[in-house]
Design a protein around this ligand. Sequence first.
Ligand SMILES: C[S@@+](CC[C@H](N)C(=O)[O-])C[C@H]1O[C@@H](n2cnc3c(N)ncnc32)[C@H](O)[C@@H]1O
Length: 263
Amino acid sequence: MLLEDYRKSQESKLVPSSIGEPGVRFEYPLSAEHKLQLVIPRPDHEKIFAHRQWKGGLHTADRILSGEIDVKDKVVLEVGAGTGLSGIVAGCCSRPASSVLITDYDDVELITNLRKNVRDNDKRGNLKVMAHCWGKDADDLRSSSLTRDGFDVILAADVIWDSFSHLSLIETLTQSLKQRPESRVVLVAGYHTGRHVVQAFMRRAKAKGLVPDDSLIMEFERGVYSQSYTDLDFDLLNGLEDIDVYREQRQKTTIECRLRLVS
Ligand SMILES: C[S@@+](CC[C@H](N)C(=O)[O-])C[C@H]1O[C@@H](n2cnc3c(N)ncnc32)[C@H](O)[C@@H]1O
């Protein structure tokens, strides 16, 4: 029900950036017969924003399910997982990852809920949960990967809204992405946080060697692909000097970008 309401709300003027409340259950359909069962966490820490299902996680899950984000036989990490929806879809879909390490902030309630969501849905035994605070013990994370040399794909959905966390998150991403040309961070962010925050993250990531690949920075409006940017210097207001129109535009837009490591 929650998800149906969310899909319908995509038509509203100000598309909500998240759904649900702490403790609320929802289903995410992988197929007509197979529905994932998830519970929204009730974290002890308030400022980490794990108390909802965010639209970045829904976008990522939908794109994995449609095959646009390819995880088949890959070693996958999810950072800032919240309910764990994207990582669980990566492990349970019809073209599944070989292993998924699902991580979030070291908060007892949050990690306990994440473990329960994984336990309730993990039929293949390819999902693992671990607490990880960005920027800390990235070596532990890498050595916890299936192949012990990092991850082929890192899922990062709605995790860049807080500019004070950018550098520690980038540290986690650069330290745990496998050093292979085909390895990617899949970054998804709602523009509800503002274009300038997304742009600041992209610039900081570039300074640390994480740059968009040839699929560029893709923008989706109400879940539908709209345009791509070829570089990071897009017009911040994009011609939307009217603040009300700007706000509406922000609410309905999501970006998706694959980042690769350059030396
Ligand atoms: C806006 S929520 C997104 C959750 C989920 N990816 C989704 O799309 O629903 C941000 C997530 O980042 C996590 N987070 C925030 N700060 C963090 C930090 N310093 N280290 C690790 N995780 C953090 C929160 O616990 C939360 O789960």
